[in-house]
Design a protein around this ligand. Structure first.
Ligand SMILES: Cc1ncc(COP(=O)(O)O)c(C=O)c1O
Length: 387
């Protein structure tokens, strides 16, 4: 079966953040919304069918996650990433952000140092700063070939830090970290007793030609010093169902984490999250192959367009995620001028780079999980203002 990713779906007036909060976020209700990381594509038919079937049962009472649920996730991780995950390592978490925030609370104390690698997904910053922990920035460096980790700096920072929150693959810069890079990072953390929280929500969105390395597959010691978060939500467009998985091979860490989640009464979740995740993990391979092919087409389109029409915009093609991270600093405008131009003149709703940390000043993140026609329209608007 060929899935139709060209189909335009009207998402307005569905209480959807991406469309229905445009006025609040951009001061302009008419921006073409290419920000929040969900997709303008239909959630796959087999997922919708399973959810509708369950919804037809007239009682939506409390539920639990059974063996079949966890086996579907284990099966997916083995099949897609060659990672053998034992059932007892896994536990439900309402969302990945909620999960890593609870890990911050469970494993660190106020005042403790936590390393993040900006420019990075804004909740990485909030999970630390909103809870009295101290942010330490191991800012990624771009020497022209793409973003890299500053390992020398990390080795110094790790001496006093308690935790590192890793974005693997990385949002927004689109890096699919190599095994070697992860090993170097993992070694530094092991040596200094820094617990690694690996957010792998984008791991199934690795683009053709690249391969995801789950942090915990680097070796036993690395697995024992890590907590991984996985979800089907980004990949299959289920973010509204708030369901993800914490994977913790280390029994002692697992007990502490699970106890914290239960103390917060955050362990139950919703029945539709269970049903949708399970069926996506069981049947999602073919749909995902087609999705990645389509997204790669969008990325290629934008890359060619910018190179040919707007050469002052700097970028690297992403290796993973459906986002591109575009540098507009070449225009010489201030950050505020750029924001005004983008949102009010070009009518484009892209994520503002500096929300990902100071290193993102003058950048925009653009979400390409949308029909090609939307991407073409965005490029037309961009050219009209920035040519
Ligand atoms: C790196 C990363 N982690 C987590 C999330 C959100 O996860 P959740 O909706 O499960 O909290 C996102 C969403 O964009 C993300 O990019």
């Amino acid at each position: 079966m060929r899935y139709d990713f060209d189909k335009i779906i009207n998402r307005a007036d569905t209480n959807c953040v991406k469309y229905d909060l445009r006025k609040q976020v951009f001061g302009n209700p008419d921006v073409l919304p290419m920000w929040v990381a969900d997709m303008d594509f239909e959630t796959p038919d087999f997922v919708r069918e399973a959810v509708i079937k369950r919804a037809e049962h007239p009682v939506y009472g409390y539920h639990f996650k059974d063996e079949a649920y966890f086996q579907s996730i284990a099966g997916w991780l083995k099949r897609r990433h060659n990672w053998e995950v034992k059932q007892e390592w896994m536990s439900f978490t309402p969302g990945v952000v909620c999960g890593f925030t609870m890990a911050v609370m469970a494993f660190t104390e106020p005042g403790d140092e936590i390393i993040i690698q900006p420019p990075v997904y804004p909740p990485f910053h909030h999970a630390v700063s909103s809870h009295g922990r101290k942010l330490v920035y191991n800012t990624l460096v771009d020497r022209g070939e793409g973003y890299e980790i500053n390992f020398d700096q990390l080795a110094e920072q790790a001496k006093t830090a308690k935790m590192l929150i890793l974005c693997n693959p990385h949002n927004p810069v689109g890096r699919c970290w190599t095994r070697n890079e992860l090993l170097l990072l993992g070694e530094i953390c092991l040596k200094n007793n820094v617990l690694v929280i690996s957010d792998e929500i984008h791991c199934d969105l690795v683009l053709p030609g690249y391969k995801h390395t789950p942090f915990a597959t680097l070796g036993h010691q690395y697995a024992m010093n890590s907590i991984t978060f996985h979800a089907a939500s980004k990949t299959f467009n289920l973010a509204g169902l708030a369901t993800s998985t914490a994977i913790i091979p280390n029994e002692s860490l697992r007990k502490t984490y699970v106890a914290y989640v239960e103390d917060m009464e955050a362990h139950l979740g919703n029945i539709f999250g269970k049903v949708s995740t399970q069926v996506a993990m069981e049947k999602g391979d073919e749909w995902l192959a087609q999705l990645l092919d389509y997204v790669q087409g969008n990325i290629d389109y934008v890359s060619d367009f910018l190179t040919n029409n707007l050469p002052k915009v700097n970028f690297h093609k992403p290796q993973a995620t459906y986002m591109m991270w575009l540098d507009f600093n070449g225009y010489g405008f201030s950050e505020e001028e750029l924001w005004q131009k983008m949102t009010l003149e070009a009518n484009l709703g892209f994520n503002r780079g500096k929300d990902f940390g100071e290193a993102g000043s003058g950048f925009f993140r653009i979400n390409l999980a949308c029909p090609r026609a939307t991407v073409e329209e965005a490029m037309r608007r961009l050219k009209a203002v920035f040519d």
